[in-house]
Write a protein that binds this ligand. Structure first.
Ligand code: NAD
Ligand code: UDP
Length: 315
């Protein structure tokens, strides 16, 4: 490692954050993981605890923080609709106050800061696939708004700190990402379908299952985040796998790959559930030399093996 950095990862005990901490440590950096353990857990990072360059701090990003640091990855925020809708006011506070506190820290220290934003800023998109220039179609008073508008406001804050104070910012708009490390009760579609299939329980498809998502494997996404952090780009930059699948196709694939006896059970479609999602990743290809490499089938194989292990341990 040529230039070791002191790096803060907020949300570092979560699904993506814990993998990011692991990756950054393997590159020789000093990493501080900050988390309040709302959806993250200590088991995600316990294998890193014996490394002297790894520190963990139990802290809420809605509160200010003082730390000497070179880079900040701001990932703290529940990402699953089930979890971010559990306490919507807290979700907005986490996105907005969390962004302000981490941007203040970046301003004080001169650190470069990356925001984990989301394809949710596009809402239920009327433009398809979604390029970064698209301003989105978000219901500001709906049940998803605490997350969507919170993340949109965070993007606004990032660009205002950049223009007003010269803070070194970057924004990644992450599309649905999955992989080992997700919680059994995460509530997002890939973990739900795999856990249901492995238990031979009905697969719960919301609505008629024709809605599409583009699923990115965890390690591809981490590579994109790190490339963006180490570039000079502000973004926003879409990071995701551009191959869309309907929820019906996903359910069929998971049943086939697990050899499950599960049947399909249709449930009501939640309000404001986007009908389609597909990233235009040309900016990431041109600016970062990045594209998602892992086909859904290969990523699912690893994720199914991971959940088999979790269920065998009664997790
Ligand atoms: P996750 O829920 O597993 O991780 C979020 C982490 O943030 C958890 O460890 C949680 O305990 C922590 N956290 C929540 N509120 C906090 C607070 N107030 N203070 C400190 N820590 C707090 O979710 P994830 O999938 O790992 O997502 C990580 C980030 O990436 C989130 O910001 C999310 O919005 C963004 N993102 C993820 C996806 C995806 O598909 N995984 C897609 C778009 C955006
Ligand atoms: N979904 C589903 N069954 C589930 C969980 C989710 O059909 O058990 C659908 C959900 O309605 C959405 C899609 O799968 O259309 C992706 O949902 P997820 O919660 O993973 O992420 P989103 O992209 O909606 O934030």
């Amino acid at each position: 490692m040529v230039n070791p950095q002191r790096i803060l990862v907020t949300g570092g005990a979560g699904f993506l954050g814990s993998r990011l901490c692991e990756h950054l440590l393997s590159q020789g950096h000093s990493v501080t993981c900050l988390d309040n353990y709302f959806t993250g857990c200590k088991q995600n990072i316990e294998h890193l605890l014996d490394q002297s360059s790894f520190e963990v701090t139990c802290h809420d990003v809605t509160l200010p923080l003082s730390l000497e640091i070179d880079q900040i990855y701001n990932l703290a925020c529940p990402a699953s609709p089930v979890h971010y809708q559990h306490d919507p006011v807290k979700t907005t506070r986490t996105s907005v106050l969390g962004a302000i506190n981490m941007l203040d820290l970046a301003h004080q220290t001169g650190a470069r800061i990356l925001q984990a934003s989301t394809s949710e800023v596009y809402g239920d998109p009327a433009v398809h696939p979604q390029p970064e220039e698209y301003w989105g179609n978000v219901n500001p008073i709906g049940i998803r708004a605490c997350y969507d508008e919170g993340k949109r406001c965070a993007e606004t804050l990032f660009f205002d700190y950049y223009r007003e104070y010269g803070v070194d910012i970057s924004i990644a708009r992450i599309f649905n990402t999955y992989g080992p490390g997700m919680q059994v009760n995460d509530g997002r579609v890939i973990s739900n379908f795999i856990v249901q299939a492995l238990k031979n329980q009905p697969i719960t498809i919301y609505g008629d299952g024709s809605q599409t998502r583009s699923f990115c494997y965890r390690d591809d996404l981490i590579e994109g985040l790190v490339r963006l952090m180490n570039s000079s780009l502000t973004g926003p930059i879409n990071l995701g796998n551009p191959n869309p699948f309907s929820m019906n196709e996903l359910a069929e694939l998971v049943i086939k790959m697990t050899g499950s006896q599960s049947t399909i059970e249709h449930h009501d479609l939640p309000a404001d559930d986007p009908s389609q999602r597909q990233p235009d990743i040309q900016r990431a290809v041109d600016g970062l030399g990045w594209k998602a490499e892992t086909p859904l089938h290969d990523g699912l194989l690893k994720t199914i093996a991971y959940f088999k292990g979790r269920l065998a341990n009664n997790d």
